[in-house]
Design a protein around this ligand. Structure first.
Ligand SMILES: Cc1ncc(COP(=O)(O)O)c(C=O)c1O
Length: 485
């Protein structure tokens, strides 16, 4: 038996994480690590003899923690900010301890059935119809791949046997703002990037459904086979929502699979005041959203829901003799039949513990607070001299750029790049960027449960310092006049 006793290690981890959470605000949010710096400190081979625990603890202090980017920091405002809340962290810890391997119902009845139960809770929480069913997938990327495989199965019922070679080329449609995971799914599923149509968006960054209808008609006329439309509810760059009812109408008319990617924003459908933004998703064939983005659980936890689960089963079920069981034959849920993975983690446990601790109202209150903070920030940013808001803020992301009169687009792009680097070097907050309408744009995403107005004020301070530095260097350039010689 090589296992050291569990209790002291676990208690040390609890102490460590408690210290870590308490120290967060004294750390720079974005790691100050140079590429390759960590790897250079990892020995080329595993130690031949086990090391004392103290040596590992020393490296957690000296190697691991200084090179973390602190997603749990209240100043984390980049990409989509997230929170690993205490009950969900403990849920993940327990899941690792129980070490359930969800291959079959019998290899963990509770993993299977708690997952079914959590799927029901999520469906009710965000107002999808009770007729939906689903699973907790790893990520939105992995989940959208599963959904589009089911769409492919619907369009080509023999594809499992024949492959794609003898079939007309399939086409998937999404807006030009859809997430790159849809590109990857098309690559993996054999449609290729030439089988993905990126439909332009309107002035509100929503897929233009007129252009979508035209693209579908043109593809049919060319002998191609339209398969699915991916509508995004909460695009990655600006969180716009595609016109879901119009996409649903088109999908019904054309017999296409409708997949709604609500990876970030879907959690907000738990708020009655925001649910109307999702109207139409109840008509989708599949819907995805990530509790690991905006519902207080750490990665990985993705709700993947289907109007007809049987379609997914037909796409994926392969049962070798050694995995046959009487329960399986009797029709019990075997999650291995609904995706690529055989073994699956006990993802439901952290979600169950989180929802029981905070209740649906706790989740709603957190999301509501984030939306309110983002709206307040938007008002302040919008009144800063020379700052332009780049898109609406339906949820908790504000997109903007410094673009005073007299600055060319290329100059403004450069200035905003430098402003972003300054803000992130300041260390109190970490923000990210996106290209919006061809312009380098700054993005603040509120999504960490610890974030309060004072953290957004820290961001504003750093932003103003960045603007002042840019204004100062422009003044200097002007007074130096044109270069001579
Ligand atoms: C709209 C959308 N879809 C999918 C993803 C991918 O999420 P995941 O990391 O869970 O694969 C993201 C990530 O930001 C996203 O914004």
């Amino acid at each position: 038996m090589i296992d050291p006793p569990f209790r002291p290690l676990a208690l040390a981890a609890v102490e460590r994480l408690t210290r870590y959470f308490d120290s967060l605000e004294s750390r720079p949010v974005l790691a100050r690590t140079a590429p390759g710096e960590v790897l250079a400190r990892i020995p080329a081979e595993a130690p031949e003899e086990g090391e004392p625990w103290e040596a590992i603890e020393r490296d957690l202090d000296g190697l691991i923690e200084p090179n973390l980017t602190h997603w749990q920091h209240p100043g984390y405002l980049a990409y989509f900010a997230t929170t690993g809340s205490a009950p969900a962290i403990v849920g993940d810890f327990l899941a690792a301890g129980y070490n359930q391997v969800g291959i079959l119902w019998r290899t963990s009845p509770v993993l299977t059935e708690l997952e079914q139960g959590m799927v029901r809770w999520l469906i009710r929480l965000v107002g999808l119809p009770d007729s939906f069913d689903g699973q907790l997938a790893d990520t939105a990327s992995g989940g959208s791949l599963i959904a589009l495989a089911a769409a492919r199965e619907q369009a080509f019922p023999d594809v499992r046997k024949t492959g794609l070679a003898s079939l007309p080329p399939g086409v998937v449609y999404c807006s030009e703002l859809a997430h790159s995971s849809i590109d990857k799914a098309c690559v993996v599923l054999g449609f290729g990037l030439s089988g993905l149509r990126k439909i332009p968006v309107d002035a509100e960054f929503r897929m233009d459904v007129g252009l979508l209808a035209r693209a579908v008609a043109e593809d049919r006329a060319r002998g191609l086979r339209p398969i699915a439309v991916v509508a995004t509810a909460g695009t990655t760059t600006v969180t716009s929502v595609d016109p879901l009812p119009a996409v649903a109408d088109l999908c019904e008319r054309e017999g296409l699979w409708m997949h709604v990617d609500a990876a970030y924003a879907g959690s907000a459908a738990s708020l009655p005041e925001l649910r109307p933004l999702f109207s139409g998703w109840e008509r989708a064939d599949s819907v995805i959203f990530n509790p690991h983005k905006w519902m207080l659980v750490p990665l990985e936890c993705t709700g993947l829901f289907f109007r007809r689960m049987e379609r997914v089963r037909r796409a994926f079920s392969v049962v070798p003799n050694y995995l046959e069981t009487p329960e399986g034959a009797a029709g019990v849920r075997e999650y291995m039949d609904y995706g690529v993975q055989l073994g699956r983690r006990f993802r439901a446990l952290k979600l169950w513990m989180m929802l029981r601790t905070f209740g649906a109202e706790g989740v709603r209150a957190t999301i509501r607070e984030h939306v309110a903070l983002a709206r307040r920030l938007r008002e302040v940013i919008g009144s800063e001299p020379g700052v332009v808001l780049a898109a609406p803020t339906p949820f908790s992301v504000v997109a903007f750029r410094w673009a005073p009169a007299g600055l060319s687009p290329a100059e403004a792009d450069g200035a905003n790049r430098r402003i972003l680097e300054r803000i992130n070097a300041d260390g109190r907050t970490f923000i990210s960027h996106a290209t919006v309408e061809g312009r380098y744009t700054l993005r603040v995403a509120v999504g960490n449960a610890r974030t309060g107005w004072k953290h957004l004020e820290a961001f504003l301070e750093a932003f103003r310092v960045g603007i002042a530095a840019e204004s100062g260097s422009r003044r200097q350039d002007r007074s130096a006049g044109p270069a001579r010689g």
